[in-house]
Design a binder for this molecule. Structure first.
Ligand code: HQG
Length: 183
């Protein structure tokens, strides 16, 4: 029986972002796993799914969380890793303003020390307020911070865009942050 796509997506996020060793999987330095190997190890670990199930999750993921290589042989998470990976993204000029959704209880700490990647490899930023609000809601009462990405770019700080359109940067110092007025 085909696994529930949401459960399969969470399983793929776990092994491709955080704990590949949970099923004995090895990611390469850019975060890629060989799909046949991933499926065989998942089956052996008790999570059975087919290549068609995987392709369905990749195609329907609301946030386009996973990227399949052009030759169709490998898969990686587009962003969100806690394991060390070098995604090989080229730095890009960001839009003038980007947004970060968080929970209200984190705002004082963030305005004091800036946005830090916490358990992930980089800080995740959204291109629009609605997306940022949804990201913030995952943590509690949402609030959106505006990031002066144009000024950061002028100051030489680097931005990257993941395969799924999420913007990434190493750290946002507090002087580039402002609380977005409620919409
Ligand atoms: C907060 C999801 C205190 C930060 C989303 C956030 C995203 C601080 C939390 C992606 C802080 C980390 C990433 C500081 C940052 N003091 N708190 N100095 N700096 N924080 O989940 O950005 O569904 O690791 O505001 O859509 O919420 O997984 O990061 O609240 O794209 O595909 O520390 O994950 O995508 O939380 O989310 P997270 P995030 P997926």
């Amino acid at each position: 029986m085909a696994p529930d796509p949401v459960r399969l997506s969470k399983f793929l996020s776990l092994v491709l972002r955080h704990q590949p060793e949970a099923i004995g999987l090895v990611l390469d330095s850019q975060g890629w796993a060989v799909i046949d190997d991933l499926i065989a190890r998942a089956v052996a670990a008790g999570t059975a799914f087919s290549r068609a199930d995987l392709d369905h999750v990749v195609a329907t993921s609301d946030k386009k969380r996973f990227t399949v290589s052009e030759d169709g042989q490998r898969i990686r998470a587009a962003q969100g890793h806690s394991v060390a990976v070098e995604l090989g993204l080229t730095s890009r000029e960001p839009p003038a303003v980007l947004y970060h959704g968080t929970a209200t209880r984190f705002v004082d700490a963030i305005m004091a020390e800036g946005l830090k990647p916490q358990s992930r490899q980089q800080v995740h930023l959204s291109a629009d307020v609605a997306t940022a609000t949804n990201v913030g809601r995952r943590h509690g009462k949402p609030i959106v911070l505006q990031v002066d990405s144009a000024a950061m770019h002028r100051a030489g700080l680097k931005f990257f865009i993941a395969d799924n359109g999420v913007w990434l940067t190493d750290h946002v110092p507090p002087e580039y942050l402002a609380v977005q007025a409620a919409q």
